[in-house]
Ligand binder design. Structure first.
Ligand code: NAP
Ligand code: G4F
Length: 456
């Protein structure tokens, strides 16, 4: 047996012992007493770092009433996982980027499925965990401090949690910001992926732990084909996309080199009421709500002609899970197959806020003027273009082809339509703005952005 094979066997057996202990409600001390070993030695076995001699396997199997070299019935590592809670055991998932838009929805989804969910958080001077505040304190939801730029912290968490599934969602995810902080973006979005893969190997979990990598349609960048599918050539067009391309290829490499179950979901833009406020959709829905309620005069944007395939984030997290439940590891494009421009998104969002816009002019001179709605707004320019929000290189034609996801994952890409998505975001932001009341400070005026140098 090679060293690699031995390590895999140790990890597999250790995991079985852990599952059996949990199932039987037996402590490590009780097990140590039963097999006539010290608690420290048993504890080393359970981490999978110490080899199991034939005698140890025999004694542990007798003590636990099960051959520990075989997985206890019903505790498969994949396949049909409709009923995750089996024999009192739960699947364990680790989510990096748990505080983000997708991390929060995925946590809810996995908890609902019966998983034990662990998330990685970064320390910050302000405790800003708004998206997961409602989950904290739940018995199967746990948070750990770690950072994607710190290998040791990732190894420590993975060794402690010993996950069945890792969802690597953490990233510096803003394309414009990647032009301002390219090195940080590369460290987190590219090398960070490698750190997760290596941590799984260092903890000898590579044969049992499945890994999902949050890849992106930005890989298609300066697109060479529309719509884009799994076979479309990549042409990354920002420091963010270049970093994510490394992540995509290193996942593929580890899948082939080490036979690991790791996959990339090539997700097209997905939005929600939890979307960060500097992404274009949320910037628009918040502005529409503020303008409708008299708290903002005008919305300043960059390229209005840019085309995106926008879906609802809540629908997309299901795919992340489905991708890891397949029989073999594969990459998938996740998209709606429907494309709209930033201008169309604006039109629809303002319509939901009771304002009809008409666009005229071109490039920097283009304006969105109110032609129907509240009297005090009719005739006013509510949307204008500023060079300040243009990117050095912009991706302008993203349109996904979800045929493979529909066929293999049996996923419905059209659960939430474009119109429904815009409506639910505007509804949310109308309520938010109303709640913030007259005392609310308008934070998205161009003058303030420029004055304070706030990121775009
Ligand atoms: P998001 O809201 O920006 O969340 C990013 C998450 O990553 C946050 O939890 C953030 O933590 C965490 N993070 C950033 N740097 C980190 C570091 N150094 N160490 C640990 N955690 C770090 O992004 P999202 O929209 O949920 O997207 C999730 C993933 O999918 C990202 O990888 C993104 O690139 C990718 N993606 C997103 C889309 C989309 O349309 N949403 C499409 C394709 C791919 P803090 O809260 O502490 O900042
Ligand atoms: O909303 P965006 O900033 O999203 P972008 O660049 O498409 O990136 C998002 O989706 C990717 C998937 O394709 C993810 F990988 C990534 O993590 C992120 O979630 O910009 C969308 C489009 C761009 O073409 C941009 O130039 O909108 C255009 N735009 C026009 N005015 C603007 C603005 N974008 C922003 N953020 N702000 C504007 O004022």
């Amino acid at each position: 047996m090679t060293r690699e094979e031995k390590a895999r066997l140790n990890s597999f057996v250790a995991k079985n012992v852990n599952m059996l202990l949990e199932e039987k409600g037996m402590t490590q001390r009780e097990l140590a007493e039963k097999v006539g070993k010290s608690e420290a030695e048993v504890s080393r076995w359970l981490t999978g770092r110490n080899g199991f001699s034939k005698t140890a396997i025999a004694r542990l199997s007798v003590a636990l009433g099960h051959d520990i070299t075989t997985r206890p019935v019903g505790l498969g590592t994949g396949g049909n996982t409709d009923n995750i809670v089996k024999h009192g055991n739960r699947k364990v998932a680790l989510i990096t980027g748990v505080t983000g838009q997708d991390g929060s929805y995925l946590s809810e989804f996995l908890l609902e499925k019966g998983y034990e969910v662990h998330g990685i958080i970064r320390r910050s001077s302000v405790d800003f965990r708004e998206r997961i505040a409602h989950l904290e304190g739940r018995p199967n939801f746990h948070l750990h401090y770690a950072d994607m730029s710190d290998s040791m912290s990732i190894v420590k968490v993975i060794d402690t949690v010993r996950p069945d599934e890792v969802y690597n969602l953490a990233a510096q995810s803003h394309v414009q910001v990647s032009f301002d902080s390219p090195e940080f973006t590369a460290d987190v979005d590219a090398v960070g992926v490698l750190r997760v893969l290596e941590a799984v190997r260092a903890c000898h979990l590579e044969q049992t732990c499945r890994i999902y990598q949050a890849s992106t349609s930005e890989l298609y960048g300066k697109v060479e084909q529309v719509p884009q599918n799994e076979n479309t050539p990549f042409h990354p067009y920002s420091p963010y996309a270049v970093a994510k391309l490394y992540g995509f290829w290193i996942v593929k490499e580890y899948r082939e080199a080490y036979n690991m179950f790791c996959c990339s979901g090539i997700l097209f833009n997905h939005e929600s009421e939890r979307r960060g406020e500097t992404f274009v959709t949320r910037k628009i829905t918040l502005a529409a709500a503020r303008i409708a309620q008299g708290h903002q005069d005008c919305l300043w944007l960059g390229n209005l002609s840019s085309l995106r395939d926008w879906g609802y984030a809540k629908d997309y997290v299901e795919c992340m899970w489905l991708i890891l439940q397949q029989d073999k590891p594969e990459d998938f494009v996740i998209a709606t197959g429907v494309q709209h421009s930033v201008r169309e998104f604006c039109y629809e969002a303002f319509k939901c806020a009771g304002i009809t816009l008409e666009f005229s002019g071109e490039g920097l001179e283009e304006k969105g003027i109110c032609v129907a709605g509240p009297k005090n707004l009719v005739g006013k320019t509510l949307v204008a273009v500023s060079e300040d929000f243009y990117r050095p290189t912009d991706v302008v034609n993203l349109w996904g082809d979800p045929t493979k996801a529909k066929a293999k994952l049996k996923w419905n890409p059209n659960k939430t339509s474009f119109e429904q998505l815009v409506e639910l975001m505007v509804k949310h932001d109308m309520a938010k703005v109303a709640g913030e009341g007259a005392a609310m400070k308008v934070r998205t005026n161009l003058a303030e952005y420029l004055e304070k140098g706030i990121v775009r």
